[in-house]
Structures are given as structure tokens and as C-alpha cells.
Design a protein around this ligand. Structure first.
Ligand code: NDP
Length: 329
């Protein structure tokens, strides 16, 4: 059956302007790091994408290396795009990135002009699109001159292969320098993508200030700490969870008794607020108006529903915020 997007979709989402740009992003965005590679169920991936879009999630975040195997998330996304979303391309914000190992040899990694330009060309082919909306440098490269990397991003925008550019995993000071370089080139940095959650608060130290002062938006990745900040692991490790999948990014060792004690106390507070822990964790990231969007992952459509329903209860009392601080210690 031909997919028809839910006509109510734009009423279900909240929109935030990305920094000082003209672009608005949904408060909740969906990342394709997990659950969209060739080792995942293609039908489930398609359901997740349709469900997200039906709920007003217009922003899908990819990278050259998402899979496994690397590249397969972009290929699978491209299939759904052609089959279901072809007539909705102008309603979508598609991002990709380069910066981690993608192919063998010295030109398939880090931040050279050679790598970035070749990688985006490959990503466009895999997804079957003429341009991405946002292209990120995925991580800082300690060897390549920052000027070279930023000039390559600017070049890709001028070629029409990316509409906007962003940085990811750049620490505050380096981000400030990169943002200034991009501004000088006439291609302002749209957005920064840092890890930010109740359990990873480094952006609060300086990065969010730098971004706010420069008019750059931010999209918080892994806002649920990969699923730890949910009710998923309250009673052990479910078979179908990320922690049970052998992921090197979320192992059972990370679910320490100390961490799980905090999770239980946070969960009790979420219940008092009349919401799930996952929803409180997302609302907490969005409490900071410098954050444009939370970039979630999902393995089930119900997880997308949880994130969307969070939008109806995203404010905190001062007392609740203090309580959260005391739990996080
Ligand atoms: P999250 O912290 O949102 O974790 C997502 C996982 O949490 C899901 O896959 C699911 O795990 C679990 N989950 C989600 N919602 C619920 C719920 N309501 N109840 C219970 N469990 C839930 O984000 P990710 O770590 O997946 O990262 C999100 C995106 O961020 C990535 O797809 C990618 O686009 C981006 N990213 C960027 C990076 C960068 O360097 N720039 C690095 C990492 C991510 P389960 O599978 O167990 O169901």
C-alpha cells in the first residue's frame, strides 16, 4: 500500500529555531545509528521511519559509518526514502557526517578535504539524494589543519551538496575557532551535535555558552544514555535490549549498582511527575533553551510515542530540578 503521511503530523510536534538560523528543527529528532543497518529488520526500520514522520519528526540523522556494516543505514534509509518519502523530500531534514573510519587507507578517516568530499559523495549515492540538509564533521582531527576541514565543509555547501554544516564532538574552544572560521568563509555553522544527558553533562561547562553566544544551535545525542535513562533496565537486562546485543557502546558492566540506584530514584521522581523516566530524561535535556532538539534512538515505535508524549509535560518546578541534582550527585 502506498504510504500516506498522517495529515495531523505537524500538530503533534514542537518546533525550535536552530540558533540564529532560518531553520526550525523538531524538538525530537530520530537517529539511525542503531536499528537501521543490514543486521536489523528492514520492516521494523521502515515502520520506525514512517511512525516518526507521522508524528512530526522531520529530522533524520545519519552518518557515513552507521550500520553495521558501515554505510548500510544510509542505503536502507535511501530505500525507504524512495519508496515512502519521495514526495516529502522538501519536508525532511536529512543529516550525514564524516569523521570516523569509513574505508581503508589514509583517505577514509578523520578530517582531510580529500576524505570529507569523497565521503559525502558516497553518502549521497547511498541515500539516492542530490543533497543533504546538514553535513557534519563528526569528530575533531588533531592532525589536519582546522582551516582545511572547514574549507571543505564550505566547499560542499557551495557545490549544493549540503545546505548547512555542523560540528560534532568538538570541545568548546575548538568549536569556537571552527565557528569563527566558517563565519569568515560565509558558511555559518548551523549546529553542534554533542553527547548530552543527565549522565553526560560536559556541554554545560562551556560548550553551550559558546554556541549560544555564536548563534549556533545544538542537538543532544544519546539523551537517554543509550537506554540507561529509561525503565528498560530496572528489572535486569531484557533480551531485545541494546545492553544484551553485545554492543561495545552499552555493556552490562556500565549498569553498575550505583548507576542503577540513581536510575531507580530518577524513575520514582518521573512517576511522581506522571511520566516515564525516558520522558523526564528528554524533557530535562530540553529544559535548557540552548538545546534545539533531542536526538533519540528507537528500536520500537512505542519508544517514539513515549518521546512525542513527553512534549505535553516538559516543564520542571525548581524543587524537581533540585531533586534531580541531588540524585545525580
Ligand atoms: P538514546 O540515548 O536515545 O538511546 C536510544 C535507545 O534507548 C533505544 O535504541 C532504546 O534501546 C532505548 N529507548 C529509547 N526510548 C525508550 C523508551 N521510551 N523506553 C525504553 N527504552 C527506550 O540515543 P542513541 O544512543 O541511540 O543515539 C541517538 C542518535 O544520536 C544516534 O542514532 C545518532 O544519530 C546520534 N549519535 C551521534 C553520535 C556522534 O558522535 N555524533 C554518537 C552517538 C549517537 P533498545 O535498543 O534497548 O530498545
Amino acid at each position: 500500500m502506498v504510504y500516506q503521511a498522517d495529515i495531523q503530523r505537524y500538530h503533534k510536534m514542537t518546533w525550535h529555531r536552530c540558533g540564529h538560523s532560518g531553520l526550525k528543527l523538531p524538538a525530537v529528532s530520530l537517529g539511525l545509528w542503531h536499528n537501521f543497518g543490514d543486521s536489523s529488520c528492514a520492516d521494523n526500520g521502515r515502520d520506525l521511519l514512517r511512525h516518526a514522520f507521522d508524528n512530526g519528526i522531520t529530522h533524520f540523522d545519519l552518518a557515513n559509518n552507521y550500520g553495521p556494516p558501515p554505510g548500510s543505514a544510509e542505503e536502507n534509509f535511501g530505500r525507504v526514502l524512495r519508496a515512502d518519502f519521495a514526495s516529502y523530500r522538501d519536508e525532511l531534514i536529512i543529516s550525514s557526517k564524516a569523521g570516523y573510519t569509513m574505508w581503508e587507507g589514509p583517505y577514509g578517516d578523520w578530517g582531510s578535504r580529500k576524505y570529507l568530499i569523497a565521503s559525502l559523495n558516497q553518502s549521497l549515492k547511498r541515500m539516492g539524494v542530490e543533497y543533504v540538509d546538514i553535513f557534519y564533521h563528526h569528530r575533531p582531527d588533531p592532525e589536519t589543519p582546522l582551516e582545511e576541514t572547514m574549507t571543505a565543509l564550505d566547499h560542499l555547501v557551495r557545490q549544493g551538496k549540503a545546505l548547512y554544516v555542523g560540528l560534532s564532538n568538538y570541545p568548546a574552544e575548538l568549536a569556537a575557532t571552527a565557528i569563527a572560521l566558517l563565519k569568515g568563509l560565509g558558511t555559518p555553522c548551523l549546529i553542534h551535535q554533542p553527547r548530552y544527558s543527565m549522565f553526560h553533562r560536559a556541554p554545560e561547562e562551556a560548550l553551550l555558552d559558546v554556541l549560544a553566544q555564536s548563534g549556533v544551535g545544538s542537538i543532544a545525542f544519546s539523551p537517554l544514555a543509550g537506554g540507561i535513562l529509561t525503565d528498560r533496565y530496572l528489572d535486569g537486562i531484557p533480551q531485545d535490549s541494546r545492553a544484551a546485543s553485545g554492543s561495545r557502546f552499552l555493556s552490562s558492566e556500565q549498569l553498575t549498582p550505583e548507576k542503577m540506584d540513581k536510575v531507580r530514584r530518577l524513575n520514582a521522581l518521573a512517576v511522581q511527575r506522571g511520566q516515564k523516566l525516558s520522558q523526564m530524561a528528554l524533557a530535562w535535556v530540553l529544559r535548557d533553551r540552548r538545546v534545539t532538539s533531542v536526538l533519540i534512538g528507537a528500536s520500537k515505535t512505542s519508544q517514539i510515542d513515549d518521546a512525542i508524549h513527553m512534549l505535553a509535560n516538559r516543564d520542571f518546578t525548581a524543587h524537581e530540578l533540585e531533586k534531580i541534582e541531588s540524585i545525580l550527585g
